[in-house]
Ligand binder design. Structure first.
Ligand code: ATP
Length: 214
């Protein structure tokens, strides 16, 4: 497969902070899609949620530390460089213009799939990308309109078309969330779901109230 035929997987998130499930999910998608690269896309001002706990600069630095051991993962800072809120649709339009025929595979947890019909211009997504869905414990059922817009397929077909299909992965099934980790960090100063270099960064910069004595 030449580089431009190989799928490019995209993983958007707040990464506040990046945790074990983010990294394990991204690596599992790469393995499922013949070792394709995964671009991690930290967002600026997320349109769907309250402002993040750590600044964009810190979130980016933690993400770079967490991805460093894994050559298949790279960090793409385009959403942090763009003015205004990060809209996945704008990012997908930009990436599609850069890669006219390449399979673009947008990764999301099943909790995010359940809310996709509230995302900005989501109806354009099937023209722009595939979806790769990673299960998340306790996620609600996805809306029928979303499932219908992205017919389910297997990894082989995903690699032969540019966009418009949905791959459902069976795992990894990891019960961790950035919200619970921020709470853990602020209460006890550490969390097993954060990698040692990221935890060290958090301590050095006293993020998430870890500057308090525990
Ligand atoms: P929060 O606790 O604030 O909801 P988060 O842990 O979901 O944060 P985000 O950066 O908002 O982290 O998530 C980015 C993407 O990662 C989303 O598509 C989300 O569904 C997915 N994701 C996060 N945690 C998991 C998990 N444990 N399993 C599967 N997908 C996950």
């Amino acid at each position: 497969m030449s580089n431009d035929e190989q799928p490019l997987a995209l993983f958007g998130g707040t990464f506040d902070p990046v945790h074990r499930a983010h990294i394990e999910c991204a690596r599992a998608v790469s393995r499922a899609l013949s070792g394709c690269p995964v671009a991690m896309l930290p967002n600026a001002v997320p349109p769907h949620r309250p402002a993040p706990g750590a600044s964009a600069e810190h979130r980016l630095a933690m993400l770079e530390l967490a991805c460093e051991p894994w050559p298949e993962l790279r960090v793409d800072t385009r959403e942090l460089q763009r003015e205004g809120p990060s809209r996945t649709r704008d990012t997908l339009v930009e990436l599609r213009a850069e890669h006219p025929r390449r399979p673009l595979c947008f990764i999301l947890g099943s909790d995010s799939l359940a809310e996709l019909d509230r995302w900005y211009h989501w109806r354009e997504f099937p023209e722009l990308c595939h979806l790769v869905v990673v299960p998340r414990p306790g996620a609600p059922q996805a809306p029928a309109a979303v499932l219908h817009a992205f017919p389910e397929t297997d990894a082989r077909e995903l690699c032969t078309r540019a966009a418009g299909r949905r791959l459902m992965l069976d795992g990894p099934l990891l019960d961790c969330s950035a919200t619970a980790i921020r709470d853990e960090l602020s209460r006890q100063g550490h969390s097993p779901a954060v990698s040692p270099p990221v935890l060290d960064y958090i301590h050095r910069h006293s993020l998430y109230n870890t500057g308090e004595s525990h």
